[in-house]
Design a protein around this ligand. Structure first.
Ligand code: COI
Length: 354
């Protein structure tokens, strides 16, 4: 159990208009901080006014990208209370990331306690408008000033929060996705399964390319053969082909998404056949030509459930469900968001009150 010190802001900020939050533009009044020192462990847990952090220019995170992060949300319920969605899954994923990145791990109960404490402190910042939530961004950085490449001796764990609306400007309208066949996001043995900044930095070049071609996001193929679908820039990806639902297996190159895992559990409960196995992009495009590509959707904490209306692979375009959201995508969206915002009973046991 953490012993958290509290320092309240003396200058609370004005809250933004809930109808135009967008994603990741505003930050709450407070932040959580904790230090890690080799040989001592985690110490000095505190919540302080939101402020810039001082870092030595030689801090290892700035040179060798020694960092990890998480993404989760707090939701306002109809009765005014606040809840989290499977926060222990984010804690476990950060442990897996940190192990791979040689960063110090945090016990699940400390991670969840810190998140809850900050959300309680900034409870007024959890928005009320439909489709809005408080996005929570926990992260670990290596702070030791050192230019040799090795594990760092000092780190910080920080949590910041941002009231958000939809991740995509299109909201729940289908997004258009460009299938990347030149660049690679992840390879076996690499960091594809982790939530580390480097994965996202290396993906930007493809996002720029996709934008130039009029597409919102990139669908990554496997890094070895460039034949099998893996994931989209900020979400996992599902394909419904002739009644069966496919998604890439989590065998090291795909992010194990909390929303992904929740969708699979719901789909199985509803009696769908869900195949977590390699799916060739050639088979996706053939299914489209044969009229069997019924639905494509992405899942993620930020993106929630996002229907995909169009895929472009090489020079071929697959239009999905006439560019409209499909029935399974809609059912998943309604169920997951209903549980998250407390308008449906949580019979999966996924929510945690704050
Ligand atoms: C999330 O869905 O929480 C993410 O971290 C995706 C993206 C905003 C990086």
């Amino acid at each position: 159990m953490l012993n958290i010190q509290y320092e309240h802001t003396t200058q609370p900020k004005q809250k933004p208009d809930e109808s135009s939050l967008g994603f990741g533009k505003y930050y709450t009044d407070h932040m959580f901080l904790m230090e890690h020192t080799e040989g001592v462990g985690w110490h000095d847990a505190r919540i302080v006014p939101y402020q810039p952090i001082a870092l030595d220019p030689a801090a290892m995170v700035l040179h060798y990208a020694m960092e990890s992060f998480e993404g989760m949300k707090a939701y306002r319920l109809p009765d005014g209370s606040i809840q989290l969605f499977r926060p222990e899954k984010n804690a476990e994923r950060m442990q897996n990331t940190n192990r791979r990145m040689c960063l110090p791990e945090l016990p699940t109960e400390d991670f969840v306690q810190a998140v809850k404490a900050l959300v309680q402190m900034d409870a007024d910042w959890v928005p009320h408008a439909q489709g809005t939530s408080l996005y929570i961004r926990p992260f670990v950085i290596a702070t030791e000033p050192h230019l040799g490449v090795r594990m760092a001796q000092t780190h910080k764990f920080i949590i910041i929060c941002s009231p958000v609306g939809a991740y995509y400007s299109t909201g729940i309208d289908p997004v258009k996705i460009f299938v990347e066949d030149e660049y690679t996001r992840a390879c076996p043995g690499g960091t594809g399964f982790t939530k580390c900044g480097g994965n996202y930095a290396a993906s930007l070049i493809s996002q720029v390319k996709a934008h130039e071609l009029g597409y919102e996001q990139t669908l990554w193929l496997d890094g070895v053969s460039h034949r099998y679908v893996e994931e989209v820039g900020s979400m996992n990806c599902f394909f419904k082909i002739d009644g069966t639902i496919y998604t890439a297996p989590c065998t090291g190159t795909v992010l194990p998404g909390v929303t992904r895992m929740s969708c699979i559990e719901l789909l199985k409960r509803w009696g769908f056949s869900v195949c977590e196995q390699p799916l060739a992009i050639a088979d996706v495009m053939k299914a489209s030509r044969d009229g069997k590509l019924e639905e494509v959707f992405g899942t993620g904490t930020a993106a929630v459930i996002s229907p995909v209306g169009e895929l472009r692979y090489e020079n071929e375009i697959a239009k999905i469900n006439e560019g409209k959201i499909g029935a399974v995508t809609q059912r998943l969206y309604d169920t997951i968001t209903g549980i998250q915002w407390g308008t449906l009973p949580d019979d999966m046991g996924w929510t945690t009150p704050v």
